[in-house]
Design a protein around this ligand. Structure first.
Ligand code: NAP
Length: 516
């Protein structure tokens, strides 16, 4: 039997019945399948008249929930009164009534013989501390199911992103037994449970009407579910990609890659992974479904040791920003597209040069100064060296500059020495420190005076788009190359590794420009 489509439900946590009626209408407008009426959030509530009015004119099927404090809700009265209200919802023909597992038997006695066929009973259990083992989750689901729940609902908390995989296992297992289940994991590390439940066969996922109207920690908005992650198009065969980082919530990569996938009809979704321990994450999500990953701070270095094979340049740089699961044997292969992105952007920035037409890089033989010796600095230094440039590293911590220079066969300088360093004209400069990044937009790594010796200046910083360094370099007559170019090109490289298709360059440029 083909799994039925996961429903998209908007919860209303409105304070007044009028506001709740407004939320229902708004939920219908954004394309929700179901709305959840969280009666416990209402500050004034006349059960019979309010519930009757809300249910009579509902534009969507409704779940009626009256969550008590002891299960994470707002209601702090007695259970008898609360369960009577849920009975009323049953009698008024609510499409679904949600009752907590701990009082489910009591409620079943109350409604015995009074529940119309078309009212579905959701029996729910919430764990605000952690996610139990697969076995414990299975036992809990079986106990809930044994009470004749129409839908089992188990919601737990992610303390580590690996916790979510146990929920996915529970959902798959329940699907096999044809038990409808809502299985979600709260908090930021659990976001993937909300996006990927259509892949594994969850009965329903929740998306807030707007930011600030969430009914649970980690809930994202309905608009993100529908428009960024396109949950309507996710199915069992959808491949999963994502960005591994900590923090990762600010990343623009999900917007960029999901829209790019859609534009070429690639059946895949791209999610944020808030990861604490890279090795444990990769061991947990080791099935072919999890087809590839982007890596960002602070996991790029650890990714080198976590991959089964690493591209020689990524290995030399000591950083992997892209991991692909090879379909033939499931092995993880690491790449670095940061380096290609930055170097090709600088090559293109050299006047009159077209990378694709040239046999020799225009960097060959040029003096190439890298400021910074961190992850980006290493990528730029290795890249420039590989293209035949003479590389100079200048860094705040001179020892790190020296170390990198020794590794790649270049020379090291202090930042102070760099100010008066101009053995030749027409040099190339790459800033790979965060100097000049928002909010410190008046900072710059090199004086305007010193910039006149450079023909090309690149800045890895891309917030703001035009840094003080780039502005002054432009005024001094240099060709300038923005960090956004590096960002776009590293993402295009990732897209091509993920899909095997040519990246939709103009679309990706548009998306990045729109979001910065
Ligand atoms: P990282 O590994 O932490 O390295 C930071 C480097 O900047 C180090 O060399 C550090 O010097 C230097 N630095 C930091 N603050 C400084 C200051 N106030 N004065 C002087 N030097 C300073 O970071 P990363 O991953 O290489 O990233 C560096 C920058 O590149 C960030 O702004 C990042 O956003 C940007 N980046 C952009 C892209 C893109 O696509 N455009 C990609 C990757 C990175 P010490 O060694 O003395 O600490």
């Amino acid at each position: 039997m083909a799994p039925s489509k996961t429903l998209f439900c908007v919860p209303s946590v409105a304070k007044t019945p009028d506001e709740m009626a407004g939320d229902m209408a708004a939920a219908a407008l954004i394309g929700a399948d179901v709305v959840e009426l969280r009666l416990d959030c209402l500050s004034s509530f006349q059960p019979r008249s309010d519930l009757e009015r809300l249910l009579t004119n509902r534009p969507l099927p409704a779940i009626v929930t009256y969550r008590p404090k002891w299960e994470g809700g707002e209601y702090d009265g007695d259970d008898e009164t609360r369960l009577e209200v849920l009975l009323l919802a049953v009698q008024l023909g609510a499409d679904y009534v949600d009752v907590e597992f701990k009082v489910a038997e009591k409620f079943l006695n109350l409604i015995s013989g009074k529940k119309p066929e078309n009212v579905k009973l959701i029996i729910s259990s919430h764990n605000y501390e952690m996610t139990p083992s697969v076995e414990e989750l299975g036992n809990l689901a079986a106990s809930i199911q044994s009470l004749d729940a129409d839908i089992v609902k188990i919601v737990t908390t992610a303390n580590d992103i690996s916790d979510v995989s146990r929920m996915f296992q529970l959902i798959v297992h329940s699907q096999e037994k044809q038990v409808p289940i809502i299985g979600l994991v709260m908090k930021e590390r659990g976001i993937i449970s909300r996006v990927l439940c259509p892949k594994f066969g969850g009965y329903l996922t929740f998306g807030a009407l707007n930011k600030g109207k969430e009914s649970a920690p980690g809930q994202i908005t309905g608009s993100e579910l529908l428009n960024v992650y396109r949950i309507r198009e996710i199915g069992p065969d959808t491949k999963v990609f994502g960005i591994i980082g900590k923090p990762v919530g600010h990343s623009k990569s999900p917007n960029l890659h999901n829209e790019a996938f859609r534009s070429v009809g690639f059946n895949a979704v791209y999610v944020p992974y808030l990861v604490d321990d890279l090795s444990s994450f990769l061991n947990t999500y080791s099935s072919p479904d999890f087809a590839g990953f982007s890596c960002t701070i602070p996991h790029k270095e650890a990714a080198v040791t976590c991959c089964d094979e690493v591209d020689p340049i990524a290995k030399a740089i000591g950083a992997v920003n892209t991991i692909i699961r090879r379909p033939s044997d499931g092995k993880l292969i690491g790449y670095n597209t940061d380096y290609v992105g930055a170097i090709s952007a600088i090559e293109d920035g050299i006047a009159g040069y077209r990378v694709k037409d040239a046999a020799v890089s225009p960097l060959a033989g040029r003096l190439f100064v890298v400021i910074g010796a961190g992850g980006a600095g290493k990528a730029l230094a290795y890249g420039a060296k590989a293209k035949g440039a003479k590389v100079i590293i200048a860094n705040r911590t001179y020892e790190r500059a020296k170390e990198l220079a020794n590794l790649i066969g270049g020379h090291a300088l202090t930042l102070a020495e760099l100010e008066n360093y101009h053995p030749e004209e027409g040099m190339i400069l790459a800033n790979t420190t965060s100097i000049g990044m928002h909010p410190n937009v008046n900072d710059t790594p090199l004086s305007k005076q010193a910039l006149k010796h450079y023909a090309v200046v690149f800045d890895a910083v891309y917030t703001p788009k035009v840094t003080r360094l780039l502005r002054e370099a432009g005024e001094s007559g240099a060709n300038v190359v923005s960090g956004l170019e590096m960002f776009i090109r590293q993402a295009m490289g990732q897209f091509e590794l993920f899909t095997g298709l040519t990246a939709p360059e103009s679309l990706m440029r548009d998306i990045v420009m729109r979001s910065t």
